[in-house]
Design a protein around this ligand. Sequence first.
Ligand code: MRU
Length: 356
Amino acid sequence: MGQKEAHMRTVWWEDGVVKMIDQRLLPHQFEIVAFDNEHDVARAIREMYIRGAPAIGAAAGFGMALAAQRSQAATTEDLLNDLRTAYDVLYASRPTAVNLRWALDRMMALATSLREQPHQVVRDALVAEAQRIADEDIETNQRMARYGAELVPEGANILHHCNTGGLATVDWGTALGVIRMAHEQGKNIHVWVDETRPRLQGARLTAWELMQWGVPMTLIADNAAGYLMWSGQVDLVTVGADRIAANGDVANKIGTYKLAVVAKENNIPFYVVAPTSTIDLQTPTGRDIPIEERDPREVTHVLGQCNIAPEGVNAYNPAFDITPHELVTAIITEYGVVRPPYEENLRRVVEQAEAD
Ligand code: MRU
């Protein structure tokens, strides 16, 4: 079995194909898969070989680069038509994480801006742009991590939900990246890791990453989080985000809302760590964010195998929920820590990102 080396990325471009770690198999098997077309990349996103908002965005960027490379178009206009089709294929893969649309829009905008150029120029430029999206993601995460680590007190007990580490991004991580930075700075921290039913991203992926980084951690059943907060064993909660609406409402892994409510009740800071590519100013509030509904089999069967419910039971499986902005203490971005009023302050950081 292979192992993730310290600086191995979650998704990358190699010799004209996209490679990624197959996260469905972790932590028991470590396998790299390769795809040479956008349809397979869309399937890999839908079936969660790769997951986590920034990682999905980077994969989609590479998917567009593959489409450009594969296209038989003899003119730039025909190439743009093929790219529009690839955009739709990739866009349809998962609905909630807006980083997907952000990356696709960025790729399409570049292609359109080069419409007067020969088609080979556009193809090469798209490969380079997808690579830039991936490279920038790591830098962005490390900037967020430095801002976020300032909010982590020495000796803190941190509650974390889902997986927001190197695996959810190209490398380093968002909320887990803050934890990693605080640990590397020598702060004596400890992490309570929510298992994160039904797909167990916490138990399978976050625990695996924290153990590799040497960060002290304890795995808990999701249902233990409320008791730990009430009994004074949690100093802060950190989570990532799949989409942040213009008013600061946050879509994140199902179960996040419950944590935010209990954190507020117990006066525990609740921090969301997300790059500006996760902020969607076109979506006014959390009620306008599409919530992915996945196969109920993920609820009735643990890891698709062991059936834990009566045959034929009715099950429902929303993959994300909305945390209203009133429950969010601060949103940590690569442009600094954003606090209320969110409407105004989120717009400011997005404008800063666009100007850069
Ligand atoms: O369904 P997943 O595993 O893609 O959900 C991931 C999350 O909810 C993460 O918290 C979010 O994408 C932020 S990851 C940096």
